[in-house]
Design a protein around this ligand. Structure first.
Ligand code: FAD
Ligand code: NAP
Length: 314
């Protein structure tokens, strides 16, 4: 059987694409998601800017009902990692990690982005042993202890606030003296009693012993080194686009991407290749928000419905 539409990735973009594609009349739609559906927002301790959702809610709680809603309209979920998407004539091939291949007339790629490493000494060696990119997952290990947070964007500041509720003290280490984060979040951080701002400073080295991280040395703009003793170091320095499934055997991309590897789409989420759509954090100029990723998914699905109708019925 050839699928009407294959959706790669099950975050807000992929799940919304699944909802609109199935509810909009496509018969055979499968979402390929390597883990539990929900996407990267499930790592967030709180989300306060999803319209209509008020009160304190975690990313996990927000996403919980989304898969069930899609499945009600017939979306199938295959829990598998997609290695590559290719096109042969009018048919796409979805190459999966177990070596099997699924065919589809249209594809919506929604593989999102992944946390970046900052690149300081010891970061890779101590990753998972005190260095983390997920406060919701690992914050509890540092209950009543001091931790360091690296970064100055929305993620770093929001997660610093979350950690400040669990930990005795949070050192927020940022390489400049102004933040990229929303002004309201900056105000909350500045007001927090147990967050110390360590500005104009970059991590030099995280060091540890056989139990894990012991501390982190940071260097300020004057070249002075400060040794911060903290068993937990949380790195929130942005994300890389997950575009690996679009890379072909000869190293070229299946469709056009920009210098950062973001997929180039038009306002209908169409890529440069007919029948291939991209949605969410992985596309150019993405606002990197749950609401916009969901909106992209809906737009892409409507495009896929028209494309498949044109291909099969005209
Ligand atoms: P993602 O959520 O990244 O989902 C992509 C999915 O694809 C993942 O589930 C992944 O497992 C899957 N996948 C990837 N590659 C493959 C493959 N090869 N095969 C199969 N599956 C694959 N946004 C807000 O609006 N408000 C917030 O408060 C907010 N807070 C945030 C806090 C944190 C800590 C983080 C990290 C992000 C936050 N964001 C927030 C941003 C928001 O999470 C993203 O913009 C949104 O999740 C993007 O959705 P997406 O569907 O494009 O991608
Ligand atoms: P981001 O906005 O790209 O910020 C990354 C931060 O890390 C920047 O402050 C950057 O410093 C710093 N940085 C980058 N590389 C570094 C390095 N090697 N060493 C030290 N510091 C480094 O990333 P993000 O905070 O993860 O946010 C990603 C996107 O998701 C954004 O669009 C954001 O708005 C969105 N998001 C939104 C919400 C929300 O709406 N509530 C929450 C989370 C994320 P400089 O500032 O000096 O460049």
């Amino acid at each position: 059987m050839i699928l009407d539409c294959a959706i790669i990735g099950g975050g807000p973009a992929g799940l919304t694409a699944g909802l609109y594609a199935t509810r909009g009349g496509l018969e055979n739609v499968t979402m390929f998601e390597k883990g539990m559906p929900g996407g990267q927002i499930t790592q967030s301790s709180e989300i306060e800017n999803y319209p209509g959702v008020t009160g304190e809610i975690s990313g996990m709680d927000l996403m919980m009902p989304w898969p069930e809603q899609c499945q009600k309209f017939g979306l199938k979920h295959e829990m598998v990692e997609v290695k590559r998407v290719s096109k042969d004539g009018n048919t796409f091939k979805i190459h999966k990690e177990d070596g099997s291949v699924t065919e589809a007339y249209s594809v919506i790629v929604c593989t999102g982005s992944s946390p970046r490493r900052a690149g300081f000494a010891g970061e890779d060696e101590l990753f998972g042993k005190g260095v983390s990119t997920c406060a919701t997952c690992d914050g509890f290990f540092y209950k009543g202890k001091e931790v360091a947070v690296i970064g100055g964007g929305d993620t770093a500041l929001e997660e610093a606030l979350y950690l400040a509720k669990i930990c005795s003290k949070v050192y927020l280490i940022h390489r400049r003296d102004t933040f990229r984060s929303a002004p309201n979040t900056v105000k909350r951080v500045e007001k927090a009693q147990n967050i110390e701002l360590v500005l104009n400073s970059v991590p030099e080295e995280v060091y540890g012993d056989n139990m894990g991280v012991v501390g982190i040395r940071v260097k300020n703009a004057d070249g002075e080194i400060r040794d911060i003793k903290a068993p937990g170091v949380f790195v929130f320095v942005g994300n890389d686009v997950n575009n690996q499934t679009l890379i072909q055997e000869d190293g070229s991309f299946l469709c056009d991407v920009n210098k950062q590897g973001e997929v180039i789409v038009d306002i209908s989420m169409r890529t440069s290749l007919s029948g291939l759509f991209a949605a969410g954090d992985m596309r150019i100029a993405a606002p990197k928000q749950v609401v916009s990723a969901a909106g992209d998914g809906a737009v892409a699905a409507l495009g896929a419905i028209s494309y498949v109708d044109e291909l099969l019925n005209h």
